[in-house]
Design a protein around this ligand. Structure first.
Ligand SMILES: [Zn+2]
Length: 199
């Protein structure tokens, strides 16, 4: 016994999302069917618009509907510092602290031999090109998460960047080991940026 095809299709779509199994997907599908038509239309439009209008900034890799992104275009920002994060959402977390006013670079992941992710799978080459093009950059702050992969990625970047006489620093570990930037509160992040140390 199967549900009518449109429901099955909707369930299959929800199951493509992370952490959603068939039970949750089924619940969401039936919930969607009960929603009023305007809300469903708005939901569908926001999905397709997000996909068609958003892309990664060609300079920093952050998610944007403009290229270069708002941050890269902002000449009022400190052009001598680049803060490197794992994911676009980390940019938002750090920027909300209002403590950091420099530029960003998004790696889109961390090195992970177990998952077969090497330097070529991350947004690293563009960081190196960026540093070569912009000798005004004096410091790269590596703000990968405090996980073994995050640490290994920070060490890798330090080895790569330091020969160019650029200071490489790491966020202070007010951040608990294994913790994600995403879940750190603003005060912790602020302290982590202030207390950064050279690697
Ligand atoms: Zn950008």
């Amino acid at each position: 016994m199967q549900y009518p095809a449109p429901i099955e299709k909707l369930i299959a779509s929800y199951m493509k999302l992370p952490g959603i199994g068939s039970k949750t997907a089924t619940r969401l599908a039936f919930y969607t069917i009960d929603m009023n038509k305007d809300d469903v239309d708005a939901f569908a439009t926001s999905l397709t618009e997000a996909k068609s209008k958003l892309h990664y900034c060609s300079i920093c890799g952050n998610i944007t509907d403009d290229d270069p992104c708002e941050i890269c275009q902002d000449q009022g920002r400190d052009q001598t510092t680049i803060l490197v994060v794992e994911q676009p959402k980390d940019v938002m977390s750090i920027d909300r602290t209002n403590e950091y006013h420099g530029l960003y670079h998004v790696l889109h992941g961390v090195l992970s031999p177990i998952e077969g992710r090497g330097p070529e799978d991350l947004n690293i080459e563009s960081l190196i090109t960026r540093l070569q093009k912009h000798p005004e950059v004096k410091e790269v702050i590596v703000a990968t998460n405090a996980t073994p992969e995050g640490e290994a990625t920070a060490q890798y970047l330090a080895r790569l960047i330091k020969p160019a006489q650029i200071k490489v620093t790491r966020l202070a570990h007010g951040l608990a080991v294994g913790s994600d930037i995403e879940y750190a509160d603003e005060m912790t992040l602020l302290k982590a940026v202030e207390g950064r140390t050279e690697i």
